[in-house]
Design a protein around this ligand. Structure first.
Ligand code: CTP
Length: 400
């Protein structure tokens, strides 16, 4: 989200019922620090009054070409914008843009723009399937316009299993961030992130696992995708929604995670092992549920394999490998030893005993150590901010 600070974002809104979601989109952008300029078509202003968008964006909303200054202002905006998002983009708006019309403020701005444009189509499913709409979309795709959605689901007329519904604001935001970040050091790079715990069966019902929530790895995958990378997220059992754009490989055991890492690693420019794979598994997994018994139960555990060590030979030459170390006390010294032992480029160290850090919470406080002896402290922050700090440390090492 830090990418939005000070960015000029034009949000064009055309007239469809999905306009209500554009209010949330504008709010999220403003919260993230973007300078948001909202332009409404005549139809959009019938659905949501300009005042709503003015309050959410904190600046005047433009609706007509025919006011003083508007003609100049839209050209200035078209040149200053870092990205233009049109949400919702109705069938009619898409048709006008494909034709190259400039019959209102929004279409004129789109003719004069230099910035990338993201269209979030929203319409009835039949309209979206109509050959006229398909042809207009193909024309715009050929001119470099980017799209997000539409998705299947509830339409104004009722549920549909065919696309038509506008994507959710969070999804649109992630796609817009990727457009802004495109051309950065992660554009076109393949990134593999592991996340979450693994789970080793004692019997078909009971497992040995740990308290990793997967949040740090999921935020890393999301941040890397927004920076333009192709991202594979290999995750143990967690209850988090898949980040936009990322391919997710779900695994259960440490051995399965090792196999998935082994498959992805030869092509990867960057591996970030944020997972907490179980270090031990029951020596025997019972085929049926073990009955409760009188007296204590002793279970023999055997070590699992170390994924980083076992897959070291599969690394692509020049790739960057990042590990994590969760310690309880003396974290930096232990982290440094782990960095060397696991042949890592960077290690992200945190201390489970510190409040606000490590498992299950939304924040983290880490120290990033590199193999040259460098040390960077990232103060307590959201896991997304920590993810961006980690990628900032990684990026200069890629392509060396
Ligand atoms: N890791 C791994 N394979 C495992 C266990 C851990 O690849 N079976 C990775 C983790 O994803 C992390 C790094 O190794 O990036 C360090 O994990 P950690 O659990 O701190 O290290 P261990 O080697 O298990 O050391 P210890 O438990 O003794 O501290």
């Amino acid at each position: 989200m830090t990418r939005w600070e000070g960015r000029h974002v034009v949000v064009g809104v055309s007239g469809g019922i999905a306009c209500y979601k554009s209010c949330i989109l504008v709010r999220r952008l403003a919260e993230a620090g973007a300078q948001v300029h909202v332009i409404l078509t005549e139809g959009a202003a019938e659905f949501v009054r300009p005042l709503t968008f003015e309050a959410l964006s904190g600046r005047p909303v433009l609706t007509s070409l025919w006011t003083r200054d508007a003609a100049l202002q839209h050209v200035r905006l078209a040149q200053a914008a870092d990205v233009i998002i049109v949400a919702p983009a109705t069938a009619h708006l898409i048709a006008r843009v494909a034709q190259g019309l400039g019959d209102d403020l929004l279409t004129t701005l789109l003719l004069a723009r230099i910035a990338p444009v993201l269209l979030a189509p929203a319409m009835n499913d039949e309209m979206y399937a109509n050959p006229a709409t398909r042809a207009n979309l193909a024309t715009l795709a050929g001119r470099g316009f980017a799209f997000v959605g539409p998705e299947a689901g509830a339409l104004a007329e009722g549920p549909s299993d065919r696309p038509g519904r506008m994507s959710e604001p969070e999804t649109i935001l992630a796609h817009a961030a990727r457009l802004v970040g495109s051309g950065g050091p992660l554009a076109g790079r393949r990134v593999v992130v592991t996340a979450g715990p693994t789970r080793e069966g004692l019997d078909p019902v009971r497992v040995v696992t740990n308290r990793s929530s997967g949040k740090m790895g999921f935020r890393l995958a999301e941040a890397a995708w927004e920076r333009g990378a192709e991202v594979t997220l290999i995750t143990g059992p967690v209850s988090l929604p898949a980040p936009v754009g990322v391919s997710v490989v779900a695994v259960e055991t440490t051995a399965q995670m090792e196999a998935a890492v082994g498959t992805a690693l030869p092509e990867a420019d960057l591996l970030i092992m944020a997972a907490a794979p179980a270090d031990y598994r029951p020596a025997e997994t019972a085929g049926a549920k073990r009955p409760r018994q009188e007296g204590p139960l002793t279970v023999a555990l055997e070590p699992t394999d170390d994924i980083l060590r076992r897959t070291a030979g599969l690394r692509k030459p020049g790739s960057v490998i990042v590990g994590f170390a969760l310690e309880t006390g003396d974290a930096v010294t232990k982290g440094r030893a782990k960095l060397a032992r696991k042949q890592l480029d960077l290690i992200v160290v945190n201390d489970a005993l510190e409040p606000g850090a490590a498992f299950e919470v939304d924040t983290n406080r880490v120290v990033i150590l590199d193999r040259e002896g460098g040390e960077r402290v990232v103060p307590l922050a959201s896991k997304r901010v920590v993810a961006d700090a980690i990628l900032d440390s990684v990026e200069p090492r890629l392509g060396r």
